[in-house]
Design a protein around this ligand. Structure first.
Ligand SMILES: [Zn+2]
Ligand SMILES: [Zn+2]
Length: 329
């Protein structure tokens, strides 16, 4: 089959690899669409994936075309979205229910072969069957949405909160959509890219601006979400948290990024600084939310490209063009 392969840091190609065979409790998915995201860039830079080569792609959906010998829950022809998370279910964090912090954390498309290929293998437990009205290509958005749902689980946010989001790429916009639906009093969005801000406005943010300074809220925001991973945005965001507020690190920074905090302010104003990593018991709920139309796929998916253009698609994503780019294997 045809697959994108990250062979070494900085080197990605589209090539032919052996067709996958399912284990007893696995299925083979004929991938309809696979999204690209910052994680793929990190893998290309030699982070996250301990062993290369790897077929990337952790945001995908498709049709079941092969069944392992012990699979009874799914049938050939079922349309499924795939939770990429692979947990050991044995370590301390798995036993605490914090599986996304698993000591032996793995993920389809990160540490094992993923969906940027004609076919991908997934455990039956990771597959969520799609309702008939959900377009299988659009369902590639469920994985990033499940990360946003996990972000909201961490926030435990209260009705009537004022929310500030840094970044109006796919993840920032998903956080915006969820904030609107979880009873925020206001949701403001900051981005240095005016074109992206226009989408945030289209989706109904309260205010959009190139910097938080322009938004005129000297008391700060109850919830500040970084969806950029960018050092300058994070530093600015940490300083915009209102008393008793929460800062959520949702964007993925480079390993070396640091930011300064004021321990006195954290103490004196009871500020919470927290983070949200990938998916935790949130995939199923994201699929259910997605089926209710929580996201408009026509807005969120800006480019649909053939798998053969995977390297160019990654370059385009790295250059900050568009929103979610998906490849169609
Ligand atoms: Zn992703
Ligand atoms: Zn574990």
């Amino acid at each position: 089959m045809k697959a994108a392969v990250i062979e070494a840091p900085g080197k990605v190609t589209v090539t032919t690899v052996p067709d996958p065979t399912p284990g007893p409790r696995e299925v083979v998915v004929d991938v309809a669409a696979c999204g690209l995201c910052g994680t793929d860039l990190h893998i290309l830079q030699g982070e996250f994936a301990p062993t290369l080569p790897v077929v990337p792609g952790h945001e995908f959906a498709g049709e079941v075309v092969g069944l392992g010998s012990e699979v009874t829950e799914l049938a050939i022809g079922d349309r499924v979205a795939v939770d990429p998370s692979l947990y050991c279910n044995e370590c301390r964090y798995c036993r605490l229910g914090r599986n996304n912090l698993c000591d032996r954390w793995q993920a389809i498309g990160v540490t094992v072969a993923g969906g940027a290929a004609e076919y991908a293998v997934a455990p039956v437990a990771n597959c969520v069957r799609l309702p008939d009205h959900v377009d299988v290509q659009d369902a590639a958005l469920i994985e990033p949405l499940s990360c946003a749902v996990r972000g909201y689980d961490v926030l435990n946010s209260r009705l009537g909160s004022h929310v500030l989001i840094y970044g109006s790429g796919t993840m920032g916009l998903m956080m915006l959509e969820l904030a609107k639906r979880t009873g925020a009093a206001s949701v403001d969005v900051v981005d240095v890219n005016p074109e992206r801000l226009a989408t945030a406005e289209k989706l109904g943010c309260s205010q959009a601006a190139l910097s938080a300074e322009e938004l005129g809220r000297p008391a700060g925001w109850d919830v500040v979400v970084d969806a950029t991973g960018n050092a300058a945005a994070i530093q600015d965001g940490l300083e915009r948290v209102a008393k008793a507020g929460t800062f959520l690190q949702f964007g993925v920074s480079d390993y070396a990024t640091t930011a300064a905090i004021s321990p006195y302010r954290i103490y004196n104003q009871e500020i919470t600084i927290t983070g949200s990593m990938a998916v935790l018991h949130s995939y199923e709920r994201a699929a259910e939310l997605f089926a209710t139309g929580v996201l408009d796929p026509q807005v969120f998916i800006s480019h649909r490209l053939p798998l053969t253009e995977y390297p160019q698609a990654l370059e385009q994503f790295a250059a900050g063009q568009g929103r979610k780019i998906v490849v169609l294997p």
